[in-house]
Design a binder for this molecule. Structure first.
Ligand SMILES: Nc1ncnc2c1ncn2[C@@H]1O[C@H](COP(=O)(O)OP(=O)(O)OP(=O)(O)O)[C@@H](O)[C@H]1O
Ligand SMILES: [Mg+2]
Length: 371
């Protein structure tokens, strides 16, 4: 299989291209991402990366119309990374995972998983997959489902004898492995799906909405399982719109909007500190927010602290001066980060506003165009 051509290294300076802490040049900012793959995919060693996606588009026919589910996607996921693909319903997340698993053929572009074309069966060995909304045959027990998936993956019977109880224990189904799956709750089905995805001890794990239908305790368990799996060196690719989950679990994230990667980077990069600070006063100390507001300061009281939005650092220091002039003791001044959810909403709304202004036409290309 020919390797993807090497291209010159991109600067990668912009936050959308990864910024600090990024091991690979990341996808281009909105607009550029679709312009041509050459210099945004640049520098990624596609054999070394666990997952490499270059210029991938995927169109579906909807009657006479064609819908572009993926539109020039470029991504690279390093080995051992936990990568989160975020996007609203219909953004193209599941389509991309199917392309990465060789289950769907891209209309254009190339993907490599561990340096190989995933449409070749041999390239899919030791890849775990938890599909979105999966269903097991209801007459099978949890144990029998695991054995079936283990056999399909070529795991030896003796190994399965040992691994199945371990996996049931891991996902919190130890007492229910003998029950028929048809009697499982949604969350139990999801846990069993995760166990099935792990049966082959995969070195890449694709999870499409892994915590769908799982209660908060179960979500935490799944997070712990993923972090433990990752410690064994497994690369994990998660599709999700549960942003707080992604924020806690993933190293890198990309935001997909209408088939295009519109923001990408480490969670830390995307949630950079804002010009908002929490100011906590010492025990028994109080200051009224209204009195402090003004001169580049916007102060609100929140949970016994003050949350301050400042124009610049000088304004923050003026606030400190005023509190000290009132002989108040300051216990903490800490910057507040934007939550990933805030970033997601801002990015998606920004894209929609930009689309409304430039009105680039429907996402469905003209029938007959671009064949
Ligand atoms: N097999 C298919 N045939 C036709 N259209 C499809 C097919 N699969 C997906 N699509 C369309 O592609 C677009 C992206 O769908 P996709 O399932 O990838 O979204 P998603 O981001 O996974 O959404 P969700 O969060 O709801 O799971 C949607 O408009 C969908 O209707
Ligand atoms: Mg989906």
């Amino acid at each position: 299989m020919p390797a993807l051509p090497a291209t010159p290294i991109a600067s990668g300076d912009s936050p959308a291209q990864g910024g600090r802490g990024s091991r690979y040049p990341r996808a281009a900012p909105a607009g550029e991402n679709n312009a041509g793959a050459a210099n945004v995919y640049a520098g990624v060693d596609t054999d070394a990366a666990a997952i490499a996606v270059r210029g991938v588009s995927k169109e579906f026919r909807h009657g006479r119309r064609r819908l572009r589910a993926l539109d020039g996607v470029n991504l690279a996921v390093g080995r051992g990374e936990v990568f989160g693909l975020l996007g609203a319903n219909g953004a193209g997340k599941t389509t991309l995972v199917k392309v990465l698993l060789g289950l769907a053929r891209p209309t254009s572009g190339e993907v490599r998983v561990r340096g190989r074309d995933p449409r070749r069966a041999a390239a899919r060995r030791r890849i775990g997959y938890l599909p979105e909304g999966h269903r097991f045959p209801g007459y099978l027990t949890g144990k029998a489902s695991l054995r079936l998936f283990g056999r399909l993956a070529g795991v030896a019977e003796g190994t399965l004898d040992q691994r199945i109880p371990e996996l049931l224990e891991l996902v919190g189904l130890a007492g229910r492995g003998g029950d028929r799956v048809g009697r499982y709750s949604k969350g139990m089905t999801q846990r069993l799906g995760l166990a099935c995805a792990l049966v082959d001890e995969p070195d890449i794990l694709f999870l499409d909405e892994p915590t769908d239908g799982v209660d908060p305790v179960g979500r935490r368990q799944i997070r712990d399982i993923l972090l433990a799996t990752r410690r064994h060196g497994t690369t994990i690719f998660i599709n999700s719109h549960l942003l707080s989950e992604v924020e806690r679990t993933c190293d890198h994230v990309a935001i997909l909007h209408q088939g295009r990667v519109v923001r990408e980077g480490t969670v830390e990069d995307l949630t950079l500190p804002t010009m908002r600070y929490r100011v906590r006063l010492g025990e028994g100390q109080a200051a009224t927010a209204e009195r402090l507001t003004g001169e580049g300061l916007n102060v609100v009281a929140s949970n016994g602290s003050l949350e301050v939005e400042v124009a610049d650092l000088a304004a923050l220091n003026r606030l400190v001066d005023r509190l000290r002039a009132d002989h108040l003791l300051i216990a903490e001044v800490s910057p507040l980060r934007a939550a990933l959810e805030d970033v997601f909403i801002e990015v998606v709304e920004g894209e929609e506003r930009a689309a409304a202004v430039s009105d680039p036409g429907p996402r469905t290309p003209d029938p007959g165009g671009g064949r």
